[in-house]
Design a protein around this ligand. Structure first.
Ligand code: ADE
Length: 230
């Protein structure tokens, strides 16, 4: 799977995708991430990528021409399954959207900045707008990193049995159960006996019970979805 990310701040994206599971996915040849610096597509000495907004108001808007030049070049080289714009106005990213995107081959992500991009870019190129939560980031880069990480780890072969996404929180609309490691007792707090019993069916039942309890307590919205999906 290939991601092309168009950004005014490639530096912000370099580090988060170079460690752990993302690096392993790239090493295995399952994930490719290419960063495209928008300023390289802006003409003139100043390589200006933003401008004042029509109608007045604080904050700059990303100019359409450099974005169009960059996206046109990329689209001439390959067909994209989705052209995504990261923005607080988008659909909220959740596990089912991650699952759906992990089945694609080529995804282009445009990172928003300043007050956002000129509306005409959204009309002409963007097939999907994604928000990572109801709060405002100073740019779309961190949202793009979240997107690549959450989708990239679902590509078949990226995770091994131990880290399998099948047992992640949200995969079945339930939160994950609590986990423990050694020592068996720490600061007077023992690990639940059942986890040390070696009885697989009982452990499975205990984990499911804990998942249901946690979801009911902490995420009543998710719990309603779980009940409907059962
Ligand atoms: N850009 C700014 N805030 C954002 C958010 N919450 N999600 C995605 N992109 C953003």
């Amino acid at each position: 799977m290939r991601f092309d990310i168009v950004t005014v701040l490639p530096e912000l994206l370099e580090s988060p995708l170079n460690y752990s599971i993302m690096q392993r996915a790239k090493d295995k040849g399952l994930l490719e991430v290419f960063l495209h610096h928008l300023r390289d597509y802006a003409p003139g000495k100043h390589r200006q990528v933003d401008d004042y907004q029509f109608g007045g108001g604080a904050g700059m808007v990303m100019k359409p021409e450099p974005i169009a030049a960059c996206i046109d070049k990329l689209c001439a080289e390959r067909a994209y399954d989705e052209v995504i714009y990261t923005s607080p106005d988008g659909v909220l990213l959740d596990q089912s959207l991650c699952n759906r995107l992990s089945m694609k081959n080529n995804i282009l992500i445009l990172c928003g900045h300043y007050k956002g991009v000129d509306e005409r870019i959204r009309q002409k190129y963007i097939t999907l707008e994604i928000s990572i939560g109801d709060y405002v980031l100073s740019g779309g880069e961190l949202a793009a990193a979240v997107l690549v990480d959450s989708v990239g780890r679902l590509i078949p072969g990226v995770l091994n049995d131990e880290t399998s996404a099948l047992f992640d929180s949200f995969q079945d609309n339930l939160l994950a159960p609590p986990v423990y490691t050694r020592p068996a007792e720490w600061e007077g707090m023992p690990v639940p006996d059942v986890l040390r019993s070696g009885h697989e069916a009982m452990i499975e039942a205990w984990r499911h019970e804990q998942s249901m309890e946690r979801t009911q307590e902490r995420r009543p919205d998710l719990w309603q979805r779980y009940l409907k999906s059962e």
